[in-house]
Write a protein that binds this ligand. Structure first.
Ligand code: AMP
Ligand code: MG
Length: 437
């Protein structure tokens, strides 16, 4: 492959919303893969999960108490034994009898309801014979209370079905438990375990190669020499990839040197997505954008946004490549605006964008009048329930501190270049919002 040593001519500057639309038109969900359910957290289902059995699979008590025949009403019953969770059954409740039962135990044959233990009184009359029951698996029950083999008095009559979870109350065999597109969180993973769905079809996670570029960069543990700064973008971008559901297959650093930048040739063939920072401005050592233009197709190379004007999106051999500007805030804001939605789409998420809330500004904010500016802010919900935003201080695109702790990007636009306290503006919510504004 050839590399250029000269800056690429400026490309047309396009609106920020057009840039995202171009990206989303260029990416698609990756193929599905079949993986163990326990490794599928955060993934998106590509095929439905169907229940093989009903849940519950047997009529089960939802309380600790006594299994009875509801029609017997109130009064004293002979206790014939105990049904415990995990027990195999075998008790038969007949008129005038009850079986002690624990939560989750199968309802004994003949019984049609459970009286809570709180609605019973231990019987005072010891009756002559109690049957053994299926005392077994689950420990921890107080076997004395109520008197297995004794009697109990039901103080409050129950109706048939009371405190019983019937077969299939949650779902029936053959029912679709999770549809394609479902995102697998803790509840969904639990559901898969419960249904015995130990393998699932999910969209593959995008495999991403990350490169920071710049001769001035040294490793985080290095002392700083003259003119040097520590590489922060490589690490911030790698975390952002993971947060977006991608897999970082390699994260490295390239110098401002044509041979170094040529490493991108290998990257585009071994990853689903390549993300770089730096090297997209107009300096003669900004080699990333020229490399992409020479070796692939630039979809766009300038966006009417602040920060992030020189952000570049290219397809090289079909691989989406994002070349983000090097200022650390520009890098992360552009990642939010452009890379994250692409990674989400490739991972099969239907919902690729952050939520946008209307938020009231707590103070005036000056912004660029000629571009859409994304100001880093903390949004909090006030006592009146309305979200209020404050910026994180000086908004320089090199000031990573302005991104630290921010949970929102305020979208500020308009030729006046000034948003007033009390104005309501759209905010991309990028992290959890708390109270206390
Ligand atoms: P560039 O986009 O390469 O012109 O870089 C713009 C600014 O961001 C320069 O001040 C760089 O030193 C700084 N910068 C570039 N890459 C990084 C990085 N990986 N970590 C921290 N700062 C960076
Ligand atoms: Mg640079």
């Amino acid at each position: 492959m050839t590399t250029l040593n000269a800056p690429h001519p400026p490309t047309a500057e396009i609106p920020v919303d057009d840039a995202l639309a171009l990206i989303l038109a260029a990416v698609a969900p990756l193929p599905a893969e079949h993986i163990p359910f326990s490794q599928a957290a955060g993934r998106v289902l590509a095929a439905p999960v169907v229940a093989r059995e009903a849940m519950p699979p047997f009529a089960a008590s939802s309380r600790d108490g006594y299994a009875v025949i509801a029609a017997d009403g109130e009064g004293t019953r002979r206790v014939i034994g105990e049904a415990v969770a995990g027990g195999v059954g075998g008790l038969v409740v007949t008129a005038g009898t009850a079986a002690r039962i624990t939560t989750g135990a199968p309802l004994p044959a003949g019984a049609d309801a459970v009286v809570m233990v709180e609605d019973t009184t231990p019987g005072s009359v010891a009756l002559e014979h109690g049957s053994g029951g299926d005392i077994g698996a689950a420990g921890g029950t107080d076997r004395d209370r109520g008197g297995t083999g004794g009697a109990i008095t039901v103080r409050r009559a129950v109706v048939a079905g009371e405190n019983v979870r019937p077969v299939g109350q949650d779902y029936g065999a053959g029912e679709v438990l999770l549809a394609p597109g479902a995102v697998l969180g803790p509840a969904e993973i639990g559901l898969l375990a419960s249904a015995g769905a130990v393998e699932v079809d999910v969209y593959r996670r995008p495999r991403v190669i990350v490169y920071s570029t710049g001769d001035e960069l040294v490793e985080p543990d290095a002392p700083l020499g003259p003119g040097q700064i520590r590489d922060s973008n490589r690490f911030a971008m790698a975390e952002a990839v993971k947060e977006a559901g991608g897999e970082v297959v390699f994260a490295g650093h390239l110098g401002d040197d044509a041979d170094d930048v040529d490493a991108l040739a290998a990257a585009v063939t071994s990853a689903d997505v390549v993300v770089t920072s730096g090297g997209v401005s107009m300096g003669h050592l900004d080699l990333v954008k020229p490399w992409l233009a020479t070796n692939g197709t630039l979809v766009f190379g300038r966006v009417r946004t602040k920060p992030g004007k020189p952000v570049t999106f290219a397809l090289v051999g079909g691989t989406p490549c994002f070349a983000l500007p090097g200022f650390p805030v520009s890098t992360l804001v552009c990642f939010e605006l452009f890379v994250r939605p692409a990674l989400r789409a490739m991972g099969g998420h239907a919902d690729v964008r952050r939520p946008v809330w209307p938020v009231a500004l707590a103070h005036d904010i000056a912004h660029a009048g000629d571009r859409v500016e994304f100001a880093r802010a903390v949004v909090a919900v006030g006592a009146d329930g309305r979200p209020v935003a404050r910026t994180t201080g000086f908004q320089g695109s090199g000031r990573l501190l302005s991104m630290a702790g921010a949970n929102a990007l305020l979208r500020l636009e308009g030729a006046a270049g000034l948003a007033r306290a009390g104005d309501v503006v759209p905010a991309l919510i990028i992290a959890a919002v708390g109270g206390g504004a």
